[in-house]
Design a protein around this ligand. Structure first.
Ligand SMILES: Cc1ncc(COP(=O)(O)O)c(C=O)c1O
Length: 414
């Protein structure tokens, strides 16, 4: 089918004579999207990010209820009463924010406690807590790599990994997604030993796992350092929840592990763990750490509480796995293409962008909220919906989601 409308790629690539020509071009794109009901983003939520949310709907100018398969609150921790209580108590004691960058007065006892706790949890010598996961990758890579060094990235690595390597002025080389053989070919061709290979534990737009044992073996063979971003894997993979490196038993071979508190922790912030000398160096060198306000103490308190809860009770994670398996089966049974996902991150592949927008419009009208993912987050011909499965979804909600998706895909053939 031929679909009408502007694509996201068009406006991203647009370059007018004047720097601000982009705003008119974008406005046209935006208004066209609104007219076609393709623009189903940025509807402010008015409730907590659990299985159902209430959100503003620009098309009816009112609040509507949606089935929510879009939030990262995988284990539901953001609304745990014990977590909220600790956050509230810390808020009352310390106030709303850190009010300074960490090297001045933004470093609190509770943030230090969180760093020590994360290092112990991840079984590494030391940890550094960043304001976000994005800033963790950008800060770490940009302070370690120098111009002339090479960052070898899985082609599907997160934007923050690319941005960190770019900020460093390093040479960026990519290898085909999850291909240890291609990685080996790339490493073999390099003339420097100053090389950092970067992968994700769970790929954020595909839900598949890095082939870590093989990737680690190739890195060792060529003496390359390895950074893994466990954003979507922390608390989910590995016996103790340390991520995909724990799952595959290769934690000791990882040089730097990155994580975020914005996914299964349902909070905000990021972290890096490594040996203590490397972390000490990062603490005074990572630009996104030293030039940005520190994490708020109450956020650290909530995360500490979650670590307490998780160490004693992993039933939420068991429930998440049950739901994930159920949903994979339901979506495949509905004839949908969910690729090679092995996790709670579930892509539903669509193809070209305008078809995605037509499908997005239909599922939104039927009250389903999912990620609608276009270029530049994914390649232009591989647009998709992205579902986040959570422990709090019921079977009825998962069945309803699969049914809505099936009817929208049937309604909009390729
Ligand atoms: C793999 C990966 N790394 C880093 C990030 C950034 O994390 P944060 O949202 O904490 O900035 C994300 C989030 O989208 C991610 O998926």
């Amino acid at each position: 089918m031929k679909f009408a409308g502007h694509t996201h790629q068009e406006f991203i690539e647009f370059q007018g004579d004047d720097l601000f020509d982009i705003k008119n071009y974008f406005w046209e794109f935006f208004q066209d999207g609104i007219r076609r009901k393709h623009f189903v983003y940025l509807n402010p939520l008015v409730t907590a990010p659990v299985s159902q949310v209430d959100a503003y709907d620009r098309y009816t100018d009112g609040i509507r209820r949606y089935l929510n398969f879009s939030s990262y609150n995988y284990l539901g921790y953001s609304v745990y009463p014990e977590v909220i209580q600790d956050v509230q108590e810390t808020l009352a004691k310390y106030g709303t924010g850190a009010a300074s960058a960490p090297l001045f007065s933004g470093y609190y006892d509770i943030t230090k406690k969180l760093e020590d706790r994360i290092a112990a949890f991840k079984k590494k010598e030391a940890a550094l807590v960043f304001p976000t996961g994005y800033s963790a990758n950008v800060g770490v890579l940009s302070c370690i790599l120098k111009p002339g060094d090479v960052a070898v990235l899985d082609i599907l690595a997160h934007a923050s990994i690319y941005d960190g390597a770019r900020l460093a002025g390093a040479t960026i080389k990519v290898f085909s997604h999850n291909s240890p053989r291609h990685l080996e070919r790339v490493l073999k061709g390099l003339k420097t030993k100053r090389v950092m290979v970067c992968v994700e534990g769970v790929y954020s737009m595909d839900g598949d796992l890095a082939k870590l044992p093989q990737i680690v073996a190739v890195c060792k063979k060529y003496g390359a350092k390895i950074l893994i971003d466990e954003a979507h894997a922390t608390l989910i993979f590995g016996k103790h929840g340390r991520g995909v490196a724990e799952h595959f038993g290769v934690e000791d071979d990882i040089d730097i592990s990155i994580g975020t508190f914005s996914k299964a922790f349902g909070a905000i912030g990021g972290f890096a763990v490594a040996d203590h000398k490397l972390i000490s160096f990062m603490r005074v060198s990572a630009r996104s750490y030293i030039f940005s306000c520190a994490m708020a103490p109450h956020t650290a308190a909530g995360i500490l509480k979650i670590l307490d809860i998780y160490s004693k009770d992993k039933s939420q994670r068991d429930q998440l796995w049950e739901n994930t398996k159920y949903m994979h089966t339901a979506l495949r049974a509905a004839g949908l293409d969910i690729g090679a996902t092995q996790s709670q991150v579930v892509p539903v592949f669509v193809g070209e962008e305008m078809r995605l927008r037509e499908i997005g419009k239909r599922i939104y009208e039927k009250g389903l909220y999912t990620g609608i993912v276009t270029y530049p987050a994914v390649p232009t011909k591989r647009t998709r919906l992205r579902l986040s499965i959570s422990a709090y979804h019921t079977k009825e909600q998962m069945d309803a989601c699969a049914a809505i998706l099936k009817s929208a895909f049937d309604d909009v053939p390729e």
